[in-house]
Structures are given as C-alpha cells and as structure tokens.
Design a binder for this molecule. Sequence first.
Ligand SMILES: NC(=O)c1ccc[n+]([C@@H]2O[C@H](COP(=O)([O-])OP(=O)(O)OC[C@H]3O[C@@H](n4cnc5c(N)ncnc54)[C@H](OP(=O)(O)O)[C@@H]3O)[C@@H](O)[C@H]2O)c1
Length: 327
Amino acid sequence: MIVCIFRPSGVCLEGLLLFLPINVQDMSRDTIAILGLGKVGRAVGFLLRSAGYTITAVASRSASSLTQGIVYTGGEAFTNLSEAASRAQCIFITTSDDAIASVCEKIANEGAIKPGKKVIHMSGAGGLNLLETARRSGASTASIHPLQSFADVEGAIKNIPGSTFGITSEDEIREWSIKIVRDLAGVPFFISDEDKPLYHAAACIASNYLTTLIHMVEVIYQSLGLRHEDAMHAFWPLVKGTMKNIEERGTVQALTGPIARGDMGPIKKHIEALRNKLPLFLQAYSILGILTTDIGVEKKTLSPQDAECIKQLLEGGLHYEHTSKHE
Ligand SMILES: NC(=O)c1ccc[n+]([C@@H]2O[C@H](COP(=O)([O-])OP(=O)(O)OC[C@H]3O[C@@H](n4cnc5c(N)ncnc54)[C@H](OP(=O)(O)O)[C@@H]3O)[C@@H](O)[C@H]2O)c1
C-alpha cells in the first residue's frame, strides 16, 4: 500500500519516494542535524546547505558557536543535543574527537536516534566504535573524514571542495557516503576501521609535522638574528620550490642536498652547529637524516656504503642527551 502524504499544494512526496529505486531516489534530501559547531561543523553545514541539503537543527555547547552556527548553516539552534538530533534524518557529530562517543551515547539514551537514521562523525583517527550506541539504536553509521587541514572556518569552506575524504562505513550507507562526499565536491575513498589510526598518523605527518618542520626552520633563522618576516621571506621560496618538485617528480626524484650526494662534510658541520647552538633540534635532525638516507639510496645517487657511514654519523646526534636550560 502506498502511504501518500499530501502537502498543502496537493503534491504527494513521501509516498512516491518510498517506491523509487534506491539509485533514483534523491538521497540529498536527507535532513541534517549538526552537533558541534566548530570549524568543521560550520563549514560542512555551510557546504551541505549550498549543495541543497536542509540543515534542520544545530547544537553546540557555547552560545557564540551556536550563533555562528546559525549564520553558516541556517539550522535552528538548540542547546539540547537530543532535541537537535531528533529533528533530522542524518546526524553529523562534529565535536572534538574525545566528545564524539559521549555525545552519541547521550542522544541515543535520550531516544533521539531511531532505526533508519544515519549518524556520521568526521574524525580521522576514530573508528565506527565511537558510534556504537547509535548503531545499537538502529541507525546506520559512517565516518567521513576530510583529508585536509582547517585552521579556520573560511579556510575549511574553501579547502573542503577538492579534498579527499577517507570513508569508513557500514555497507547500507556506503553509496550514500560516496554521494555526500561528492556533494561536498570531495573525492571519496574507503579505509577500513583498523587502518584508520595509521591513515590518520600519515595525515598528521603531512600536515602537523610539516608545520613543525617549517617552525624549526623559522626558529633557526631567527636565532641568526633574522626577524620573523625576513626569515619567512628567505626560506619560503625554497619550501615552495621543493613542494613543486615533489608534486611534479615524486619524493625520490625531488631529493637534493648533502645526503642525496653522499657529502659527509656538511652533515658533520650541521650536527656540530646544532649541538652547540640549538641542541633541542639535534635528535629531530638526526632521525630525519637517517630516514633520508633510504631515499638517497632509492634514488641511486647515494651508495649503500655511504648511506651506512652517514647513518652512523647521524646516530651520534640521535643519542645526544640535551639538558634543557630550564632544568
Ligand atoms: N580541523 C581540522 O583540520 C580537521 C580536519 C579533518 C577532520 N576534523 C575533525 O572534525 C571534528 C571537529 O573538529 P574541528 O576542527 O571542527 O574542532 P573545533 O573547531 O575545536 O570544534 C569542535 C566543536 O565541538 C564542540 N563540542 C565539543 N564538545 C562538545 C560537547 N560535549 N557537546 C557539544 N559540542 C561540543 C565545541 O563547541 P563549543 O564551541 O560550543 O564549545 C567546538 O565548537 C573532529 O572530529 C576532527 O577530528 C578536523
């Protein structure tokens, strides 16, 4: 029997949708609630709204995030998470990672998750276990993680389109997950639950540790007396040139410098200078140098014998014990 719900206009919608084949049904019509209105929650809400989704409700802890959330998403604001969650077919939990499981448990225990709903988180390291309570309430769950770094909301809105999204999903919403990523103008790929921590470790190396490396360069140049802007001005073309080489030629062919050439003199001088002036960086310099020898050997510009000598040299820096001046 077709259950036909007539709108004031007399157009039958829901009854018709029930009988459409799954690939024809416009799944973008899912109503959305967003819980946690930080950078990602606001940006994803904004982009989903732009893609034609209706954000029916939003919730967050602070009044300022709620106010901003309304502006970006157009959703009705709630301080009560379950009230917001009960107003949508699909619930995005975009809180900090540590709050995802407890928020999910709370809304599940308060009856906001009904069978057939979808509950999504966007954490890179967290698995589907964070949404276990939603699954037990009959919801389908997925993790949809943008492989991108968002320092602010505007940046997130700009950078989400074109980003890759790591999806971990229950089978029944696999296709839906692909669609929502495409609606965000992202590129979907699937990652298993057990591989997520390693996948996210790599994301942290690519983004956070790259930032740390650049910060080290800043600190070293500032220690030479350069002002922050001058330091940036000096080394930034080098960073950009290297990125371009990596993009165009790959990491192995992009490697240059004393390790790639098997030049031990400069490496000895680097170790000595760091030991004397910035010993805090010596271990990081040494461990990265050791990893770099493998790339040099792969590039075939560094012989395995020279690689061994350089590794031994660098191992001295690795075991150097730095005593902080604060100790
Ligand atoms: N930032 C990135 O580069 C990035 C990239 C990919 C994925 N992600 C993922 O996206 C998610 C959100 O990250 P984000 O960068 O948007 O973090 P964020 O800017 O710190 O925002 C997190 C928001 O969660 C809210 N929140 C925390 N605990 C809550 C609770 N118990 N109840 C209700 N709201 C709560 C906070 O609300 P109030 O402001 O109201 O206190 C805050 O606005 C995380 O899972 C993260 O791993 C982030």
